[in-house]
Design a protein around this ligand. Sequence first.
Ligand code: AMP
Length: 120
Amino acid sequence: MAYDESNIFAKILRGEIPCEKVYEDEYALAFPDIRPLAPVHLLVIPKGPYVSLDDLTANASAEFIGGFFRAVGEVARKVGVVENGYRILANNGADAHQEVMHFHVHIFAGRQLGGMLKKA
Ligand code: AMP
């Protein structure tokens, strides 16, 4: 799937829609999810036009991929969830119900998160 510059996270990256910045560096931006599912629910997005993990890992440089995932770890440290634990999740494609077609990693924390997936 081609990257569509009109997605909501592209607008946030361009500053057209506000967000509460939790962390930012040259590779990534992190902000709270607008519909939180846990006391801590953040989104970390790459500063590049990548639809999915597949797109990112096929088309970004090793430096960018490494920088992005380093930023995910940095966000977890910055918000203080490492000691008690947290979950990262990335929905990719239709079966995963990906809503926003700009790759993003969710960070969930702040309560017992339960089992990994609901049974169908
Ligand atoms: P998904 O693509 O399934 O991982 O879901 C996209 C996530 O983006 C959902 O959890 C939404 O609540 C969240 N979201 C959508 N628009 C915004 C926004 N403007 N600011 C923060 N989070 C958003």
